[in-house]
Design a protein around this ligand. Structure first.
Ligand code: BGC
Ligand code: BGC
Length: 797
């Protein structure tokens, strides 16, 4: 059964009509040359060209090195004069990921002052600029407005709303003194198993194209018009060029396969409009295309992006993405610059990379012309931002330190509007909108859970975890929104996370969904929604004869046939962010539902084919309204083999990782615990069957982690050691690192054995296990399981 928006919508069935008829699309101008506009305002001595002419090789190289604030001090900035700096998702000012907004501005001033301190050698002084991932509002900063993630914005079919969100986000970024955001993501996610699906507006390239351009205009203003990149505007980044949403099986950072022309028609589609909209930068993607990593892909980075598409701005790398090019390391990689990268995002290894690049320019490995070109692009971006021309320190700028603008009532109202417009009603057997005067019970651990409704990239990289409502000052949970709306409607609402607070409520709202995640940590092997908390609550209410509304929080469409069957109404709420009240606006009918799917919703749990049109339950454009009457669904099949075959306890066996398990070496994904990155080399070895086990080789000071479901009390690991470690090896599972060197040494030459790591030695015992080795070392692993029975067990090797 496939359902489409066809006929249900006043705007018509076809996608083009949905867009054209429902909302004005952003005006796409003919190509403009954004780089030319700003230099015009600079004084002759400060033009990018004039500055470049006075720079040494060392200062030029520093302009294209982008370190993370976690590994530099203002003194490093003063000494090296980096062109740009970033804060990764896990970095906050002064080593504090949850640092208050005032610390951000203070540190921005410190970097500014360090980068503009006079130079004695006659070289020009060039201010550094700071970039952040403001991917759904300036959400790294506590107290900022957190807008719905892109998947929710895609469901609004409202490019003008997206433009206004970009404008509000830019102002909040400026309040804290930053200049540049790594947004919007214009990935066209084609397999919802991908952990970054929520960063994608839609599986449809045409929609992503419109929404991406609208976001860029909101963030930057319009090229050629007054105010472009001026006060209240920041530089934007279209990312990740290209193919991020098209990897095989939705594996993050994986390989995209197929005919290049066809791939471009989908995954490169949003870039021409982004370039027309004047986007200041484009980020290279981690993925490879037909085997070639994008960071080293000259035909696509230079010939296509610069040549055919005419992009003149900055091509920035992704987090050590250059280190993944064949023959490169994080600290040595002329290949990336030669392929067309302009700025290396090199969070930690900046000093070694700086030294190797300086040497490679001096020995001719890198032509000066290529370096000059990259540096000029960075300088032009700064000229466009106005900072080469008498700009003052961040706190003294127009919006700097205007704290009333951070999370302002106007911005929060805008976010609430976006939340309401993003709600997609998938089923409504007549229980919505809620009746005035109803006695309402609100259940589910997600109901009053701001970190969960915010999702990943919220204060921290992964979001969730130990975050609480206190880390989101000014935010409103879904429950609080319902409570306020109920009061206004003369209804009574009670919060009962576990259900059954009231003996016979008129209706129950059950809020449940995915826990937060970001990037590869969110990759899945299938689309089954496994957590049964919500399902159990829905069934318990049903058994008591209480009608239910399911409110589902997720970063992607998932197989929820069981929940759809159990609930009387089902709302896809996505990841709404800080303004949970927008959910109640729709439930109570204060706002007419208008959200429609921008992704296909799957009707089967295996595979990830819905975005390719296979196994679709609800098509793009689908979403119910209140004025078209009740719509109950026929009973859906509840068969899902993946559910019965994977309990979450097996993390690695028979040469495969469990369905919800990831293996990573720092930021390099090791699909099926194979591959290399950041000093780890994982290869297949045979224990009982071909390549059913792995040899994990550690370079000096390297580590790898497995992440998966936190069920089970201990890890049981089948392993062997052929030669003992030459230095300390540790295991960590959330608590302090445990030295396991002795245990591994005892195991030397004794064949396959079992290691038990329980709370007794690991202390905390969560969903992540990390092995680290100081010296080169290798061991083999055949199985990793989580074991309930071993709760009280001693650790053994
Ligand atoms: C992500 C980018 C992000 C960067 C900086 C990378 O891991 O892929 O989207 O902009 O980190 O945080
Ligand atoms: C950073 C993120 C980055 C990721 C890459 C994290 O430690 O905080 O910004 O995207 O590493 O894997």
């Amino acid at each position: 059964m496939a359902r489409n928006g066809g006929g249900r919508w006043v705007c018509g069935a076809a996608l083009g009509a949905l867009l054209a008829g429902c909302n004005a699309a952003p005006e796409i101008r003919s190509a403009s040359a954004p780089a030319a506009t700003a230099a015009a305002t600079a004084t002759p001595a400060n033009t990018p060209e004039a500055l470049l002419a006075r720079m040494s090789v060392e200062s030029k190289v520093a302009q294209i090195i982008q370190p993370d604030i976690g590994s530099i001090t203002p003194d490093d900035v003063r000494r090296y004069r980096f062109g740009t700096i970033l804060n990764g998702g896990n970095s906050g000012p002064y080593g504090n990921d949850k640092a208050p907004a005032t610390d951000w501005l203070k540190l921005a001033d410190e970097y500014w002052e360090a980068s503009t301190a006079p130079l004695a050698n006659g070289e020009p002084v060039i201010p550094a600029i700071w970039a952040t991932d403001a991917v759904h509002g300036h959400a790294n900063v506590p107290g900022a407005t957190v807008f719905p993630h892109n998947i929710g914005l895609g469901a609004t079919f409202d490019p003008d709303l997206i433009r206004r969100i970009g404008a509000a986000t830019a102002v909040e970024i400026e309040v804290t003194g930053l200049d540049w955001t790594f947004a919007p993501t214009v990935a066209v996610a084609r397999d919802a198993r991908w952990g970054r699906t929520y960063e994608s507006y839609s599986a449809n390239p045409e929609l992503v194209t419109r929404y991406g351009a609208a976001m860029i205009e909101g963030l930057q203003g319009r090229p050629g018009q007054p105010g472009y990149l001026g006060p209240g505007k920041v530089a934007a980044t279209a990312k990740h060029y290209f193919g991020d949403g098209g990897t095989a099986q939705g594996v993050d950072q994986g390989d995209v396969n197929g005919d290049l022309k066809e791939l471009m028609a989908i995954h490169a589609a949003p870039y021409p409009a982004a370039i027309d909209a004047g986007v200041a930068s484009v980020m290279a993607s981690f993925n490879s295309i037909n085997g070639t990593k994008m960071h080293g892909n000259k035909p696509l980075l230079t010939d296509e992006l610069r040549g055919n598409l005419g992009f003149q701005g900055v091509v920035v790398g992704d987090w050590n993405g250059h280190g993944q090019i064949k023959g490169c390391t994080n600290s040595n990689c002329p290949q990336a610059l030669l392929a067309g990268l302009d700025v290396y995002m090199v969070p930690e290894d900046w000093k070694a990379l700086y030294n190797s690049l300086v040497a490679q320019v001096k020995d001719g490995t890198i032509p000066m012309a290529r370096l000059d070109e990259a540096v000029l692009r960075v300088l032009r971006m700064k000229a466009q931002l106005g900072i080469l021309d008498g700009e003052v320190k961040p706190s003294a700028r127009a919006n700097g330190g205007k704290w009333e603008l951070l999370g302002s009532p106007e911005h929060r109202a805008l976010a609430r509007e976006a939340v309401a417009k993003s709600q997609v009603i998938l089923k409504n057997a007549g229980v919505l909108p809620l009746k005035p005067g109803a006695r309402i019970e609100v259940a589910g651990s997600a109901a009053d859970n701001i970190p969960q409704q915010a999702g990943g990239w919220s204060v921290t990289w992964q979001g969730g975890g130990d975050l609480t409502a206190a880390d989101f000052p000014g935010a409103t949970s879904i429950w609080s929104g319902i409570a306020a709306a109920a009061k206004a409607a003369g209804s009574q609402a009670v919060l009962a996370p576990k259900g059954s607070a009231t003996s016979n409520p008129d209706i129950a709202i059950v809020v449940f969904g995915e826990p937060p995640y970001a990037e590869f940590v969110g990759d899945r092997k299938d689309l089954a929604f496994r957590d049964e908390e919500g399902l159990a609550l829905l069934k318990a209410y049903k058994a008591r004869g209480v009608p239910t509304v399911a409110v589902f929080l997720s970063g992607r469409p998932l197989w929820v046939n069981r929940e759809l069957n159990a609930a009387d109404a089902f709302v896809a709420a996505w990841l709404p962010g800080s303004e949970g009240a927008g959910v109640a606006d729709v439930l109570f009918g204060a706002v007419q539902p208008s959200g429609r799917l921008s992704f296909n919703w799957p009707g089967v749990c295996e595979g990830g084919g819905a975005q390719q049109g296979k196994d679709t339950l609800f098509g793009i454009g689908y979403g119910l309204r209140y004025d078209t009457g009740a719509d109950s669904l026929p009973a859906l099949s509840e068969t899902c083999n993946a559910l019965t075959h994977d309990t979450g306890a097996v993390w690695f066996a028979s040469g495969r990782l469990g369905a919800q398990v990831q293996a990573v070496a720092d930021n390099a994904l090791l699909p099926d615990l194979r591959g290399s990155g950041n000093g780890i080399v994982a290869t297949g070895v045979d224990r009982r069957a071909q390549e059913d086990a792995r040899r994990i080789a550690f370079g000096p000071g390297s580590r790898f982690s497995l992440t998966g479901p936190a069920s089970g009390a201990a890890f049981r690991i089948t392993y062997q050691v052929t030669s003992r470690p030459a230095g300390p090896v540790t295991a960590t599972a959330g608590g302090k690192p445990v030295d396991i060197t002795q245990g591994l040494s005892v195991a030397e030459g004794k064949g396959w054995r079992e290691m038990v790591l329980s709370a007794k030695c690991l202390g905390e015992n969560g969903g992540k296990l990390t092995f680290a080795s100081e010296a080169p070392f290798a061991f083999q692993i055949a199985e990793v399981t989580r074991d309930e029975a071993a709760a009280g067990a001693e650790c053994s090797f």
